[in-house]
Design a protein around this ligand. Sequence first.
Ligand code: NAD
Ligand code: UDX
Length: 434
Amino acid sequence: MKNITVIGVGYVGMITGACFADLGNRVCGLDINEERIANLNQGIMPIYEQGLKELVDRNLRAGRLSFTTSYEEAINDHEAEFVFICVGTPEGVDGEADLQYVRAAAESVAAVMDHPLIVINKSTVPVGTGDWVAEIVRKAQPGTIPFSVVSCPEFLREGTAISDFMNQDRTVLGSRDAEAAERVAQLHLPLRAPIMITNLRTAEMIKYASNAFLATKISFINEIANICEDLDADVREVTAGMALDKRIGPSFLGAGIGYGGSCFPKDVKALAYMANVKGRHPRLLQAVMDINEIQRKTVVLKTQEILGDDLSGRTIGLLGLAFKPSTDDMRDAPSIDICRMLQEAGASVKGYDPVAMEWAGRVIPNIELASDAYELVSGCDAVVICTEWNEFRQLDLDRVKELMRQPVIVDGRNIYEPSDMKKAGFTYRGIGRG
Ligand code: NAD
Ligand code: UDX
């Protein structure tokens, strides 16, 4: 049993805190967002993530988990040994990661700490940030209490975050202090994942390289999908054929409208920025980003090919708004750009998502929100599938056809088979389906 403090109770902080509590540790979650903490103390989760509420409730009841807005309470009263920094590192100017929240968190820890600590950077931070955080803590401390900084990047995916954390493929740790890294490694032993201890900068780089590689796979398959369309081949089968090669495998080769979310877009940009600062021009990363940007437009172009360039007087429905299924996260969701492009072409846009409606309503201007998939398709000249939620996979297609003004479906996530849709009487376009 260890005393752990988690700073920032968003996606990463909530999962890290709740999972470590469930492993038997005493965890205090701290956030500057008072509403979040007040809600958490009443059992209301700050994020939508399957299984999280049960995990939090169980550990609150067991007295292993608590939440506060006070650094004094979270660090000193809690007698924290490990402090995980899990605050946001959003895209800043020119693609550089914005470290203002990391700086504020490090300064706040330093200002109150009354005993030695291990400060762990779990936020995705540019290479070199570990040393920068150490410098901030050193300068902001009133005294000279010893502390160490360890990098421990997080690889969880939203929607499967708890199982990703509990069954992680590897734990990566980096530090200048081998003993501190070893203590953080001990903390992770119950997860039974291979633990790799590197130097600080290498650990930070492993996170960026991993996200950039996964984003590269997605842009690669989207480029192949576009070529498939030119050559009348089917990318779904091409991927299936490639995936049987053990060297390739099936993951992250789903062609569609490209990657979105709070990580891939900003992390690829931040890595390219780091390379640029060193005078290197990362051409592959640039191509990955360019392809991803263009890919969002393909569903708009396909809609226009069917309905004409001028979409004035047309109503288009977006089925799914979150950046991926099983989350309500709208950060850099492709649906936002797709909605804007359709509106610029003159269309009225409606949207429906099983869980992201509230967030979508805040970030997508002038979208009309429908209460379910059937209300969404009613009166639409075309429907664009933006998120592959399971509930869209087996819709009553006869009813959908009846409700639509025209039976046009542009499937940005390839959830339907072109031949089935043709048989059902739809004008259907997938991505890379020949
Ligand atoms: P988030 O926006 O969901 O949560 C961040 C939280 O930090 C917020 O609740 C915010 O109020 C709080 N915060 C900000 N400044 C603070 C301060 N000074 N003190 C205390 N709390 C503060 O962010 P997230 O999605 O959990 O991402 C956190 C980090 O983890 C980022 O660096 C991200 O790149 C990385 N990451 C995210 C994911 C993911 O799936 N979301 C996965 C892996 C890594
Ligand atoms: C990602 C990383 O996978 C995770 O390791 C990291 O910690 C955070 O960033 P996440 O953004 O939650 O996780 O979701 P992920 O499942 O990776 O999907 C990211 C985006 O790529 C989504 O928009 C998704 O729709 C898209 N994607 C994914 C594809 O377009 N095709 C695929 O084959 C896989």
